[in-house]
Design a binder for this molecule. Sequence first.
Ligand code: GDP
Ligand code: MG
Length: 455
Amino acid sequence: SLSDRLTGTFKNLRGKGRLSESDVNKTVRDIRMALIDADVALPVVKEFTRAIRERATGAEVSQALNPAQQVIKIVNEELTEILGGHTRELTLAKRPPTVIMLAGLQGSGKTTFAGKLGARLKDEGHTPLLVAADLQRPNAVTQLEVVGERAGVRVFAPERGNIGGHDVGGSAEGTRSHGDPVAVARAGLAEAQARQHDVLIVDTAGRLAVDAELMQQAADIRSAISPDEVLFVIDAMIGQAAIETAQAFQEGVDFTGVVLSKLDGDARGGAALSVAGTTGRPIMFASTGEGVRDIEVFHPDRMAGRILDMGDVLTLIEQAERAFERGQAEEMQRKLLAEEDFTFDDFLSQMAAVKKMGLKSMLKMMPGMGQMSGALDMLDEREFDRVEAMVRSMTPFERSHPKQINGSRRARIAKGSGVQVSEVNQLLERFEQAQKAIKQFTRGGGMPGMPGMPG
Ligand code: GDP
Ligand code: MG
């Protein structure tokens, strides 16, 4: 993964002066691959990496981070910024009702989202009304009614006017497509004013591809009800087509915010960057399932991490910076020496050295090694390769933070090295014992001649 690749280049060489072009190039190349993997549209990738290179090259080298970390930090900041910087709340009208209109392609998740947003607002103490202004698909109105019932939110539908969400049935499906969605939207607004609903959520029609007639219809609905928010709903799986679609809706209807739907799938969220990057509009919500509660407020910083797929690295960077900002650089160093000195990386280089000597007995003769019987057992030649495979299946982060190796990481390491999880557990247990023994020992004056040992 990207995170492995990048952490691999973290050599802890704290830079002096300014970031060099080659530092930046190396990292930007990896970042570009990560963005493409995340399905960010190519023009956005291009523009984004250009901006990063410009900002990073010649930037003053941070005291807290190494060059690769620093470039990643810049990338993360820029990603977060493009995605809207901070979480953006719905703008509520000073005089209710607040009017929210949904727009987007057919199947993007508008109707589903209408229910989710309604349920959420209701939970927050609002009295939302859903309006069925999609008269294009035969069963669109019925679908919104079902969604409304599930959300416990009233639905205003054409022809029958004032209808509760559970009051499904009635007129023939076919007749509905002849209604006027603009009139329905207007009537819905009047209904909200009359019945004191403080938020109106207007569901609209979409087609599978951008379509002039429907775009005009959405624009007409917009002018008829002057919404406080127009939310453009886009399927996170749309991939490279994100830019085109978003631009068409921005020109045709314009929108104030974006809802990223189907984020529960495999999508790494590249569409978020494509849309935000080309339209400059903030992403406000994420839709994460078919259920009425599967809605999340969108957090730009978290999405940046998801796009880069490098939670661990970002955490590390954050930790390094925080430690430094507190003026604890020395303490961190002391901590590194005193508590986390013996890492799996040290362990690997020791194993390599021992392998070379081929003399387990020699190790036994070394002062203090008696206490490390557990570790010595591990160094039995037959187990050597298995242990090495396990350590090599760990990420650099895991090697230096064995305590962070949780259940899912253990399972991954076991799979990667072709051993049972129980063997990984055993290795970690023994490693911890060895670490303790070594700590005791180093406090007692160091261990001469041990390769890979700090001291
Ligand atoms: P609309 O045509 O824009 O109104 O889209 P719909 O709300 O009818 O959604 C189209 C399909 O996508 C339906 O089958 C929904 O159940 C499904 N869907 C909508 N949002 C999500 C989501 O966040 N996650 C998943 N997995 N499916 C979704
Ligand atoms: Mg719909």
